[in-house]
Design a protein around this ligand. Structure first.
Ligand code: GRF
Length: 215
């Protein structure tokens, strides 16, 4: 059984999607803990409601980022995870933290990286006038929203989209993308080769690019 820890800061819809995908019991993996960095994170209550074990490491209780990250590391490592998933975790993590979890720390970001790292990705995609937007699951590197890409979901930008409609379409794709990428990790089918990730033994129809139906 692979042990999964999820870190979040907000509503936790990706965590719920991951838990649902794991819930069918056919994966050799389980979520052993969900940790938030702020008490207001709705995802923490949702995780508790799913019967998952939860913890809070409130970043506001620490004067220095290094101290917060040390406490976070301790909360994670006591759970002995094989993989740590950032799922709407809104803190930039330092190099020492990233290094500690190298190769077993994944993030989901709501854009087709390397386009639009950082915040407000949907607004910036609309402003840039792109026809394709989406989401990326990647191994975490030391730069923000950087690191070897595992898989991407592409969604069309519609002429009448606003930030909310585009965000909703991307989020729906995230809920399929993250479980797909996690499953490959759990099955030991991801190999990092420099800046790239190779999917080992791809099955028919399996690809690192997820497409939503274009309208
Ligand atoms: C998602 O859009 C994710 O890509 C980004 O933060 C958002 C988290 O949403 N990193 P949720 O908390 O999983 O609902």
């Amino acid at each position: 059984m692979k042990r999964i820890v999820v870190l979040l800061s907000g509503r936790g819809s990706n965590m719920v999607a991951l838990a649902a995908a794991l819930g069918d019991g056919r994966w050799p993996a389980q979520i052993v803990g969900v940790i938030a960095d702020r008490p207001g994170a709705a995802g923490l209550q949702r995780a508790a409601g799913l019967g998952l074990s939860t913890a809070l490491v409130d970043y506001r209780g620490f004067a220095r980022r290094a101290d917060f990250e040390q406490a976070l590391r301790e909360a994670i490592d006591v759970l002995a995870p094989d993989v740590v998933l950032l799922a709407g975790f809104m803190r930039v993590l330092g190099a020492a933290f990233v290094e500690h979890y190298r190769g077993r720390l994944l993030n989901i970001h709501p854009s087709l990286l390397p386009a639009f790292p950082g915040l407000a990705t949907h607004r910036r995609a609309l402003e840039a006038g792109v026809a394709a937007h989406g989401a990326t699951v990647h191994f975490v590197g030391v730069e923000v929203d950087d690191g070897p890409i595992v898989a991407q979901a592409v969604v069309a930008v519609h002429p009448d989209d606003d930030e909310a409609t585009l965000a909703a379409r991307v989020l729906e794709s995230e809920h399929r993308l993250y479980p797909m990428a996690l499953r490959w990790f759990v099955e030991d089918r991801l190999r990092i080769e420099g800046a790239r990730v190779r999917l080992l033994d791809p099955r028919p129809g399996e690809t690192r690019l997820l497409r939503s139906d274009a309208r």
